[in-house]
Design a binder for this molecule. Structure first.
Ligand code: PAP
Length: 327
């Protein structure tokens, strides 16, 4: 196994001084080796890093969703950065239409424009001050449906869920993880854990299924998107997104090419080449470039053997059976 100088761990994954409440909770939970933290713990069917458990408890206690909020939700490495960019640009498009104002995406990584509820806001055991957020407030989370704060479910806020083919999600996660490890995780070891559902916010299929079913039951509340379909027809899905959020593109905007403009601004090619993303750091300390690797569909073919792909497919097929969802 090769070793190379690892990047420093993101702040939220550094083993933290946990609250007594979190320590008590953790002591009763099943644990497994973590990919980045020493252990992950299984809570209500999902594997979470200790600091995520603590943040989740804080979110559940303190986060008060507003009816106009938009919550963007993904399993890690499913296209979070892209969706953050698209949503931010979409809902703020009037504000930054004036070409004299530099668009924030040109100088900020999308993660600094749309905060994670659990990592960026509910992290330090304090109730965060959200008064500076203008409506509609945009937040992001990796939390599974069952662990969302109650106020999200009780309010009329909208949820936008993005999923990605599990094969590519796995390969992306494996690369991302190894950026931060001195002792690299072998593909086989990581794959075996992934197939058992033991990765942060895993099992992936349960995460996806929770939101898929919710989107079928409450289509006005949850929009379910797929990374591959967005790559194939980005303008179509951006229009769907705008309609779902109640801010459809006007005929004038259509004529002026605003839809194409947003897709181009948020594209992998554009964002990954901006200076802020090649050499900048997030406010939480992570290097922005780790969020841009290849941004392609089907990169798994370069890593997984046919047997591995078949194993994962069989698991997914069995887990999704009867749900109507396919990858
Ligand atoms: P996160 O869940 O940890 O925030 P996330 O953004 O979901 O990370 O994952 C990064 C993946 O999205 C990378 O995929 P890859 O490893 O297969 O390359 C990254 O390249 C891809 N990505 C980032 N920005 C974009 C974009 N604008 N369009 C398409 N894919 C993108």
């Amino acid at each position: 196994m090769s070793t190379s100088q690892p990047l420093s761990l993101p702040k939220f994954l550094v083993e933290y001084e946990l609250s007594q409440e979190c320590k008590d909770l953790i002591s009763s939970l099943p644990k497994e080796n973590g990919w980045l933290t020493t252990h992950n713990y299984q809570y209500q069917g999902f594997w979470l890093a200790p600091i995520m458990l603590q943040a989740m408890l804080a979110c559940q206690k303190h986060f008060q969703a507003q009816d106009t909020d938009i919550l963007l939700i993904t399993n890690p490495k499913s296209g979070t950065t892209w969706l953050k960019a698209l949503l931010f640009t979409l809902v703020n498009r009037i504000r930054y239409r004036d070409t004299k104002i530099q668009h924030p995406l040109l100088t900020n990584n999308p993660h600094d424009l749309v905060p994670f509820l659990e990592f960026d806001l509910h992290f330090d055991k304090q109730v965060p001050d959200l008064t500076s957020f203008t409506s509609p407030r945009l937040f992001c989370t990796h939390l599974p449906l069952v662990l969302l704060p109650k106020s999200v479910k009780d309010s009329a806020c909208k949820l936008v869920y993005l999923c990605r083919n599990p094969r590519d999600t796995f390969v992306s996660l494996w690369h991302f993880t190894n950026n931060f490890r001195a002792q690299k995780m072998s593909l086989e070891e990581a794959f075996d854990m992934f197939c058992q559902g033991i990765n942060v916010c895993g099992p992936l299929w349960d995460h996806v299924l929770g939101y898929w079913k919710e989107s079928l039951e409450k289509p006005e509340k949850v929009l379910f998107l797929k990374y591959e379909e967005m790559k194939e027809q980005p303008t179509l899905h951006l229009r769907r997104l705008a309609e779902f959020l109640g801010c459809p593109f006007s005929p004038e905007e259509e004529t002026e090419g605003v839809v194409d403009e947003i897709v181009r601004l948020c594209s992998f090619e554009n964002l990954s080449n901006l200076e802020v993303n090649t050499s900048g750091n997030l406010s939480t300390g992570r290097q922005n470039k780790v969020f841009f690797r290849r941004g392609e569909v089907g990169d798994w073919k370069n890593y997984l053997t046919p047997e591995m792909a078949e194993r994962l497919d069989q698991i997914i097929e069995q887990k999704l059976c009867g749900s109507g969802l396919k990858f």
